[in-house]
Design a protein around this ligand. Structure first.
Ligand SMILES: [Zn+2]
Length: 319
């Protein structure tokens, strides 16, 4: 199996990871964003945990793409994992939640954990929706008659699926390889060879669009609610202080001359992908413009403009 598109953290997840430790706890959206970070992180771990089960399959000509986000008719649609096999394409919707999972009569998914019940939309509805979008997408690129089969996979090791009626395509990671084997034998409509599968994968990858939204803008977070400074990379408890060409942590005492690199990466994720000396001084909480200039030029970033108007581009840090 060839992993054409590996699992990676989405821009939304990276933004939330940079934002939450800096966000004032009393900021109006703090709790919501904190939950959102938990969900995004769980989703990412769910995707990465699938890899082990895909490897058990031994499908040499198959191709795997994680986290594809494709343009739909109105909105983009996202697929956690897409497995292209010669006879059928699998949409895997990963659900990384723990607890006891059941369905009620209305077809809602109920998750019970620590005495608290939460309802979710039926995950197969979502996966079927993605199937329709994907079918349309494939047909519009002249890939006709390719079968697409959605599967919902619960990836958390502490999940119990307690269904009254059997749901063949709602299963745990352990059951995934068997179900895929079973289905690849059932579908006989069309057989794609390795080259054709690669063409499909390339077209899908070309049309992938990253989520470009900015979390701070979307949630209208006032700048004053976002803590400035350079985190200590060792203890991550406190902001470091600049002292004689290095950074020192007041909490644990560790030193790091390049700790500003991470802070500027976070600036690039949270605000914008370029920075001026004055902006860097403010964000890094360093008063001296010559000290900040030395840091910025020392990182060998691309730049434009001269003197105080110089703009440094942070794209290198965001790769
Ligand atoms: Zn420290």
């Amino acid at each position: 199996m060839h992993v054409f598109r590996p699992a990676s953290k989405s821009s939304k997840l990276l933004q939330l990871q940079a934002l939450l430790p800096r966000l004032h706890e009393k900021s109006p959206n703090f709790d919501h964003l904190h939950d959102l970070l938990g969900k995004e992180l769980a989703g990412y771990y769910g995707e990465t945990s699938l890899q082990y089960y895909f490897q058990l399959l031994h499908l040499p000509t198959s191709i795997l793409l994680y986290g594809l986000r494709l343009p739909g008719e109105h909105n983009a649609f996202q697929i956690d994992a897409l497995l292209l096999t010669p006879t059928v394409i699998f949409i895997i919707e990963a659900k990384n939640i723990k607890g006891i999972v059941t369905f009620n009569e209305a077809g809602q998914l109920i998750r019970s954990l620590d005495g608290i019940k939460e309802t979710y939309a039926h995950p197969l509805l979502q996966a079927n929706e993605q199937r329709l979008h994907l079918k349309k997408f494939l047909v519009s690129h002249n890939f006709n008659d390719i079968a697409v089969h959605p599967i919902v996979c619960f990836t958390h090791s502490n999940v119990i699926l307690d269904f009254e009626h059997q749901q063949t395509d709602v299963l745990t990671s352990e059951q995934l390889p068997n179900r895929i084997r079973e289905l690849t034998n059932q579908y006989k409509m069309k057989k794609l060879d390795r080259r054709q599968l690669q063409t499909v994968a390339r077209v899908l990858q070309t049309h992938h669009t990253d989520f470009r939204g900015n979390v701070i803008e979307k949630y209208n977070i006032p700048k004053r609610h976002i803590r400035k400074g350079v985190w200590c990379p060792s203890c991550k408890r406190d902001m470091m202080q600049r002292y004689k060409r290095t950074w020192i942590c007041p909490s644990c005492g560790s030193r790091d001359s390049y700790a500003h690199r991470q802070a500027l990466t976070e600036y690039g994720l949270l605000f914008k992908t370029s920075i001026k000396n004055s902006e860097a001084r403010e964000f890094l909480a360093v008063e001296s413009s010559s000290v900040v200039k030395r840091m910025l030029t020392g990182m060998e970033l691309n730049y434009s403009g001269e003197k105080y108007k110089r703009t440094y581009y942070l794209n290198e840090l965001l790769k």
